[in-house]
Design a protein around this ligand. Structure first.
Ligand code: SF4
Length: 382
C-alpha cells in the first residue's frame, strides 16, 4: 500500500503487443506518439521531422501512406530513423501489404473496411510475415453506416461495437497483435467510449481526443480527456492531436504523463504564478529555462519560486531549487539555491539563469552516470 494512496493509479490489465521493439500494454510504460505532416514520399523531409520528434522523446511515430509513392518512401524512412514507424493506411489494402514489406512496425487500418475476406487474409499474412502489429482506429466522425442507422448518432455504444466488429475480423484470422482507439473530438463521448471498451476487451488502448483544436484548446481538451482516463488506469499509448507542430504533441503528451507521475522525462519545473512578491522575474526566467533545458531528457525536478512564502517548501521536494530573496531590482546575491532539497548557496538575479542551467545539466549527468553504473553492476549481482 502506498504511503500516499490518493496518488495511486492502478492500471487496467491489458495484453501486451509490440510496435517494433516498443511494448504497448501490459506493464509497459504509457508511450507517447505523434504523426508527421510531411508528404511521406518526401523521404528527406519526413526523416527530418521524425528525427525532431525522436529528439522530443517520441516513442512511436505514424506516417501517412495514401499511395504507392508513400509506401516506397517508407522503406527508406524506416532505415534512417530510430523510432518504430506506424503506417497509416487509408483505404487500400495493397498499401498495407507494401507498408509491412517496407518495414512498418505497425499498420493503422480498420480491417472491416478492407473488403473481401481474401484481402483481409493477405493483409494479416503480411503483418505476420513481417512482424507488424496493427491499430484499429475508430473515429466518431467516420462511423460505419449500419451503426449510425442502428444508433442514430455516434455514441459510445456505436463506437465500441465498431471497434469490436473490426477486432473480430482480425481474431477470425487468428491475429491478436493489435491495439484499439475510439477517438472523438467531444471529450465526454471519447471518454465514455474508452471506458466501455476498456470493460469489453483486454486489448491495449491508444488514447486520443481527435481534432482537439489549436495548441491551447487542444492541450486543455486532451489533458481533461486523457487525464480522466489515465487516472482511472485506462490507456497504454497516447497521441495528443493538435493543429500545431507535431513536436508540440509530444511535449504535451509527456506533460500529461508527468502531471500524473506516469512517466518522467526531461526537466519538470515547478514555478510561481504571476505574483507581486517575487524577487526576480519568474515568468521570464521560466520561459528562458524551458527553452534552454529542452535538450535534457533525464528526469530532473526544478523549482523556481519568487520568494520565501513557498520557495523553501517546494525546494525541499525538488532536485534543484531557487527561492527569491531580494527584489526585482536586486542585482546582488539574494536568491537561495537548494541542492537536493537543502539550502546550499546564494546567487544574484543576473547570473541565475546560466547558473541554473549548469546545475541542472550537472544533475542530469550524475543521474545518467548512476544509471549506467547500476546497469553495469546488475549482471554480476544476478
Ligand atoms: S512563492 Fe512568493 S512569489 Fe511565488 S507565488 Fe508564492 S508568494 Fe508569490
Amino acid at each position: 500500500m502506498s504511503v500516499r494512496p490518493y496518488r495511486q493509479i492502478t492500471r487496467r490489465k491489458s495484453r501486451q503487443i509490440f510496435v517494433g521493439p516498443v511494448p504497448v500494454g501490459g506493464d509497459a510504460p504509457v508511450t507517447v506518439q505523434s504523426m508527421t505532416n510531411t508528404i511521406t514520399a518526401d523521404v528527406a523531409g519526413t526523416v527530418a521531422q521524425v528525427k525532431r520528434l525522436e529528439e522530443a522523446g517520441a516513442d512511436i511515430v505514424r506516417v501517412s501512406c495514401p499511395d504507392e509513392e508513400a509506401t516506397a518512401g517508407l522503406r527508406a524512412i524506416v532505415r534512417q530513423v530510430g523510432v518504430p514507424i506506424v503506417a497509416d493506411i487509408h483505404f487500400h489494402y495493397k498499401r498495407a501489404i507494401e507498408a509491412a514489406e517496407a518495414g512498418a512496425a505497425c499498420l493503422r487500418i480498420n480491417p472491416g473496411n478492407i473488403g473481401s475476406q481474401e484481402r483481409v487474409r493477405e493483409v494479416v499474412k503480411a503483418a505476420k510475415d513481417y512482424g507488424c502489429s496493427m491499430r484499429i482506429g475508430v473515429n466518431a466522425g467516420s462511423l460505419d453506416k449500419h451503426l449510425l442507422e442502428k444508433y442514430g448518432e455516434p455514441n459510445p455504444e456505436a463506437m465500441v461495437e465498431s471497434a469490436l466488429e473490426h477486432a473480430k475480423v482480425l481474431e477470425d484470422n487468428d491475429f491478436r497483435e493489435f491495439k484499439i482507439s475510439v477517438k472523438a473530438s467531444d471529450v465526454y463521448l471519447a471518454v465514455a467510449a474508452y471506458e466501455a471498451l476498456a470493460e469489453a476487451c483486454d486489448y491495449p488502448l491508444h488514447l486520443g481526443i481527435t481534432e482537439a483544436g489549436g495548441t491551447r484548446v487542444g492541450t486543455v481538451k486532451s489533458s481533461i480527456g486523457m487525464g480522466w482516463l489515465l487516472k482511472k488506469g485506462i490507456g497504454d499509448t497516447i497521441r495528443v492531436s493538435l493543429s500545431a507542430d507535431p513536436v508540440e504533441e509530444i511535449k504535451v503528451g509527456f506533460d500529461i504523463l508527468k502531471s500524473l507521475d506516469l512517466r518522467h522525462r526531461g526537466v519538470r519545473i515547478v514555478s510561481c504564478p504571476s505574483c507581486a512578491r517575487q524577487g526576480f522575474d519568474v515568468i521570464k526566467t521560466v520561459e528562458i529555462l524551458e527553452e534552454r533545458l529542452a535538450h535534457i531528457g533525464t528526469p530532473v525536478s526544478l523549482s523556481i519560486l519568487g520568494c520565501v512564502v513557498n520557495g523553501p517548501g517546494e525546494a525541499r521536494e525538488t532536485d534543484i531549487g531557487i527561492t527569491g530573496g531580494g527584489t526585482l531590482a536586486n542585482e546582488g546575491s539574494a536568491n537561495k539555491v537548494y541542492i537536493s532539497g537543502v539550502a546550499d548557496h546564494n546567487i544574484g538575479n543576473a547570473e541565475m539563469i546560466d547558473h541554473v542551467v549548469a546545475l541542472v545539466e550537472k544533475k542530469a549527468a550524475e543521474i545518467e552516470a548512476a544509471k549506467t553504473a547500476d546497469s553495469a553492476e546488475k549482471p554480476a549481482a544476478e
